[in-house]
Write a protein that binds this ligand. Structure first.
Ligand code: FAD
Ligand code: NAI
Length: 475
């Protein structure tokens, strides 16, 4: 006997669990199925983000930054720390605790919103858009559900380097990179993307010699050039060794890991590491869904094919998050989840891809929204740029964190904000102002005329907006 639902969501990552909560808020009888469990078999909803992604990485980034500050930055504040030592076991235990609090939080939210949660693997087992889709759940036993609508939010998995399978002992994926039990003396990272830079920063701060090997000849190609140049300079100063334009050859795993590669000049090189993180992107996850059995279309790269409303080729089957096109970001998955639930309810859910912020949680943090200078130049859009360095911001000086700047790009004719780029302290928080400005079609003058608290880092945003019109007050 199947239990019938209006909406069945497959996957309880940020795309799935948020879609389920919104669907329930809109009055639908909603189920959410997820297969993630803790090592002792307890359900662990939250997906990659909560279990082995956003949350644990930010916990370790914070802990490792505290350690680095205690070792290097506190003395300048007149705080002398003697006998500083690292208790990595405790740091990892704290990270686990933070993760579990988030798992528990999602289970609580499901209860609160009357979302029925099933722990297990969900697969399509027939049905149609008219009679509802049958979803079979294999967990501790087998259960059958029907959903008038199905939202697939099955996420992504790490991409492996050919010839170097993940063993999470020496060759680490994101899960392994977050769970290292002893600080390696030498750590190799393949891929200078978001995971490579964040996890490379964690282990460098804790004492590893980190070398990042990147295939592309340019650094942080998606960021604004000026930001990428500043980040390159600051990361080099911190001791993060990054080689660009490499071609990875053989990777051999014995007591340690040897990586053969050719450098940007074509010279053959070899590097030996205690551990190697491979962070060369992620692939959509559809295994287990039995998508072919119902004819759910998947493109040549493995993504579920969707239109701009997240509709798949099957009636009343939707897909959101990492398993569909677009940036692999938790907040993009959430926005799509909400929009789909609202579309099912006949509302006009909307996701604006132009205002999705990007954040890299290194130190300093890097964040941006909208277009880069290069994109504007390539598109032939006339623009004006305003920049303000944190060096000239009182709060940044008081914090002792003056690296980086805020940059605002505005249309030369209309002054409408087209992009905001930040490298500096809490860029992840500051970028929200740029997102709001762009969503509301604000001009740089609008930001410049808004009263910002003093002293605050956000004054750098106001000053960058003033600088668009060449009238900064403090620089
Ligand atoms: P997921 O979070 O991957 O969730 C999918 C869920 O579905 C999983 O629990 C999976 O086990 C389950 N599932 C899959 N198939 C089935 C099935 N057949 N039946 C039942 N369940 C199934 N993004 C940010 O925005 N900010 C960050 O700071 C950030 N940091 C990151 C750090 C790391 C190390 C990594 C790896 C990623 C990070 N991301 C970050 C990306 C973010 O984690 C993803 O974009 C986000 O998790 C995608 O959400 P999702 O719901 O689409 O998929
Ligand atoms: P990524 O796409 O950010 O970076 C991968 C890097 O590896 C690229 O620079 C690419 O050129 C390089 N690369 C690819 N193949 C290579 C090869 N064979 N040899 C050397 N370099 C190679 O992917 P990453 O870091 O694995 O992260 C996956 C996704 O997870 C990100 O794209 C992002 O969407 C998400 N994420 C988001 C975070 C955030 O929002 N703060 C944090 C971590 C991950």
């Amino acid at each position: 006997m199947s239990e019938a639902f209006d909406v069945v969501v497959i996957g309880a990552g940020p795309g799935g669990y948020i879609a389920a909560i919104r669907a329930a808020q809109l009055g639908f009888k909603t189920a959410c199925v997820d297969d993630w469990t803790t090592v002792d078999g307890k359900p662990a909803p939250g997906g990659t983000c909560t279990n082995v992604g956003c949350i644990p990485s930010k916990a370790l980034l914070q802990s490792s930054e505290n350690y680095e500050h205690a070792g290097h930055a506190f003395a300048d504040h007149g705080i002398e720390v003697k006998g500083l030592s690292l208790n990595l076991k405790q740091m990892q235990a704290r990270k686990e605790k933070v993760v579990r609090q988030n798992n528990e939080g999602i289970l609580y939210l499901f209860k609160k919103n009357k979302v029925v949660f099933y722990s297990g693997v969900a697969r399509f087992a027939g049905g149609s858009g008219t009679d509802g889709w049958t979803i079979e759940v294999s967990g501790t036993g087998k259960q059958s559900l029907t959903g008038k609508h199905v939202i697939v939010a099955t996420g992504s998995s790490p991409r492996a380097l050919p010839g170097a399978a993940f063993d999470n002992r020496l060759v680490l994926d994101n899960d392994g990179a977050l769970s290292v039990a002893e600080v390696p003396k030498s750590l190799g990272v393949i891929g200078a993307g978001v995971i490579g830079l964040e996890m490379g920063s964690v282990w460098r701060r804790l004492g590893a010699n980190v070398t990042v090997l990147e295939a592309l000849p340019m650094f942080l190609g998606a960021a604004d050039d000026q930001v990428a140049r500043e980040a390159w300079k600051l990361f080099a100063k911190q001791g993060l060794a990054i080689e660009l334009g490499v071609k990875i050859g053989a990777v051999s795993v014995k007591k340690n890991v040897t990586v053969d590669y050719t450098d940007a000049e074509g010279k053959a090189k070899s590097a030996v590491f205690d551990k190697l993180i491979v962070s060369i992107g992620r692939v959509p996850r559809t295994s287990g869904l039995d998508a072919a059995s119902v004819g759910l279309a998947i493109d040549e790269r493995g993504f579920i094919t969707v239109d701009d409303q997240c509709r798949t080729n099957l009636p009343n089957v939707w897909a959101v998050g990492d398993v569909v096109r677009g940036p692999m970001l938790a907040h993009k998955a959430e926005e799509e989840g909400v929009a789909v639930a609202e579309r099912i309810a006949g509302q006009h859910g909307h996701v604006d891809f132009n205002t999705i912020p990007w954040v890299i949680y290194t130190s300093p943090e890097i964040a941006w929204v909208g277009q880069t200078e290069k994109q504007l130049k390539d598109a032939g859009t006339p623009f004006r740029a305003g920049i303000f360095p944190f060096m000239a911001n009182g709060r940044a000086r008081a914090l002792g964190d003056t690296s980086g700047f805020v940059k605002i790009l505005a249309d030369a004719k209309t002054d409408r904000v087209l992009g905001m780029h930040v490298i500096g302290p809490v860029a992840s928080e500051l970028i929200a102002e740029g997102v709001v400005a762009m969503e509301f079609g604000a001009s740089s003058e609008d930001i410049a005329r808004i009263c910002h608290a003093h002293p605050s880092l956000s004054e750098a945003t106001k000053e960058a907006a003033l600088a668009v019109d060449k009238r900064s007050l403090n620089y």
